[in-house]
Design a protein around this ligand. Structure first.
Ligand SMILES: [Zn+2]
Ligand SMILES: [Zn+2]
Length: 365
């Protein structure tokens, strides 16, 4: 963290804390354009997002330079908007990743930034604010602040209601978060209604078998699981697993074929890729490991289901270039298959998977 200097506030200007908007007492020494009420909020912001965007904020927060022509001015304005758009998406992804990792406290400053840049660019009543409100609602839920979560969701709902061109993707996200709110309030009836809507809108936007639709199925499955409706939960967990399997297997096949063909030509490995952003990778890990935990509790009755999820995790970590994790899950699958005396074919496919990983020299992350 950078050295911080006490802030000399210029006369007549009231500067606000980046996190809580209280009067500022300190300034970030690295960018000198970001203010804080005290060390606590400065550190929270630094750890969440500021370290990553500190230097990017300088051109946004210093005065526009003097332009010689209207053309130059327009160009400058366009650049500024592009920077803002980049930061909106960047802060959004960072906050989303924290949420999937369960780091709700860290998600808040990043989500607030995404919201503020949206307000600057689109105005206070735009439907573009909705994704940021939803992040803040989800973080609040994670922190047990249900009233605050409801406020953010109310803002989001209001913006969606007023909008004439709200996308299906945004409708889906809104319903997903309302679903999570009602799960937190143990109102499963309402939660199911919203998750069904989430799945409907996500299916319209992306298709029924898309990874972006799978989150709705997953939360719905969790409700049935909590209600001890295990058959329904089981069917939905299987669906979620199959969606992720299809997605990752597709990438995996493309990669392993390309790999064997191009290995000799290039003489070295090229980067693996899941095709997912960091937040989606974190979501995949969260969904698949929690399904794995549930599957493992019934491993003795249905070992294939556990092995199926383990194999998906192998592919995920393989594609994320984390070969030690991939190997770990692969070994677990293999020993379970042997222990349960599954057929030879099953064992050999896992072995093949393991061979492929171990012959490669991935950096262990
Ligand atoms: Zn503050
Ligand atoms: Zn800074």
């Amino acid at each position: 963290m950078n050295v911080i200097y006490p802030l000399a506030v210029p006369k007549g200007r009231r500067l606000c804390c980046e996190v809580c908007e209280a009067p500022a007492e300190r300034v970030c020494a690295a960018c000198t354009v970001t203010y804080y009420c005290g060390v606590v909020h400065q550190k929270a912001d630094w750890d969440s997002i500021h370290e990553k965007i500190c230097q990017l904020l300088i051109p946004l927060r210093t005065c526009m330079p003097f332009y010689n022509s209207e053309e130059e001015r327009q160009h400058g304005l366009q650049q500024l908007q592009q920077r803002q758009k980049y930061l909106i998406e960047f802060c959004y992804t960072v906050a989303q990743k924290y949420l999937f990792e369960g780091k709700h406290e860290d998600a808040v400053p990043a989500a607030l930034h995404s919201l503020r840049f949206r307000v600057t660019l689109y105005g206070l009543s735009s439907v573009e604010l909705v994704p940021a409100y939803l992040l803040l609602a989800e973080a609040s839920l994670g922190l047990g602040r249900i009233v605050q979560a409801e406020e953010y969701l109310f803002q989001a709902q209001w913006a969606v209601l007023k909008s004439t061109d709200c996308s299906n993707a945004t409708h889906s996200l809104l319903h997903r978060n309302l679903g999570l709110l009602y799960i937190a309030k143990k109102n499963y009836e309402e939660a199911r209604y919203h998750l069904a809507n989430d799945i409907y809108f996500a299916s319209c936007a992306f298709g029924t078998e898309d990874i972006r639709t799978s989150g709705g199925y997953f939360h719905l499955a969790n409700i049935f699981y909590d209600l001890k409706k295990l058959d329904l939960a089981d069917t939905l967990y299987t669906k979620v697993s199959e969606i992720w399997h299809a997605y990752l297997n597709n990438h995996y096949q493309v990669l392993s074929q390309a790999h064997t063909q191009q290995m000799d030509l290039l003489g070295k490995l090229f980067e693996n890729d899941t095709g997912l952003d960091e937040a989606q990778e974190a979501e995949a890990i969260r969904i698949l490991t929690s399904i794995l935990n549930i599957r493992e509790s019934t491993s003795d009755k249905a070992p294939q289901k556990t092995i199926f999820v383990l194999k998906i995790l192998v592919m995920l970590y393989y594609l994320m270039m984390n070969s030690s994790k991939a190997q770990e899950y692969g070994m677990r699958a293999l020993s379970l298959a042997k222990e349960q005396q599954l057929d030879v074919h099953e064992q050999s496919t896992i072995q093949e998977l393991l061979n492929l990983i171990s012959t490669e020299d991935h950096p262990i992350t």
